[in-house]
Design a protein around this ligand. Structure first.
Ligand code: ADP
Length: 177
């Protein structure tokens, strides 16, 4: 094979990441635009282990990553113990919380449970490099970006499925060994 041809056959992060073209969009949380109720619905309607936090839906700029179980525990705790936190309370992942409009319930600050530097690769990163990074860093998930915009996610299970597919297609491949 010509090196160029070989390169064109390489699987890239964009080929393995979710969502696929036909899937619903990535489930994200905005850093200052959601209420307790909004996040509780997102948790109830999905089963993902975690959610990327973005500046806004329009920008899709990545701010961090929050684990589902940390969200669940923090919201439960806040509802039980934190004076006045209710369904309509705004959730903030930002460093500073702007003054709330009069008569609005107290906000819930969750920056502390967010991973501020989740691992990211660009959509054009070759999958053999991504697999290597997962192995070496023991990652559970990795986010995929293009020009700084969040595009998708690759979990450890996505990687394992991808490797099983590669092994099926090419039993002699190094990934099989
Ligand atoms: P696992 O891959 O271990 O089952 P998840 O339950 O988090 O972990 O993810 C299930 C599938 O959904 C995976 O294919 C993953 O790429 C995708 N996924 C994970 N998180 C999200 C999310 N926030 N929005 C959309 N898809 C996601």
């Amino acid at each position: 094979l010509e090196p160029k041809e070989e390169f064109s056959h390489k699987t890239l992060a964009m080929d393995v990441m979710r969502p696929r073209r036909s899937d619903p969009p990535l489930s994200v949380i905005t850093q200052d635009g959601m209420s307790v109720e909004d996040v509780e619905s997102l948790i109830a309607e999905t089963s993902y282990s975690g959610f990327p936090v973005v500046v806004s839906h329009e920008s899709q700029r990545l701010v961090g990553f929050v684990q589902r179980r940390d969200l669940v525990i923090s919201i439960e705790n806040a509802r039980q113990r934190q004076e006045g936190v209710v369904s309509a309370s705004r959730i903030f992942f930002t460093e500073y919380t702007p003054p709330q409009p009069p008569n609005s319930p107290p906000p819930l600050k969750l920056r502390g449970i967010m991973d501020l530097s989740p691992f990211t690769v660009t959509d054009h990163t070759a999958m053999d490099i991504v697999v290597d990074i997962f192995r070496k860093l023991g990652l559970r998930q990795c986010l995929v970006t293009h020009n700084g915009r969040l595009l998708g996610i690759i979990t450890k299970k996505d990687i394992l499925k991808h490797m099983a597919q590669m092994a099926n297609r090419d039993p002699d491949s190094i990934l099989f060994n």
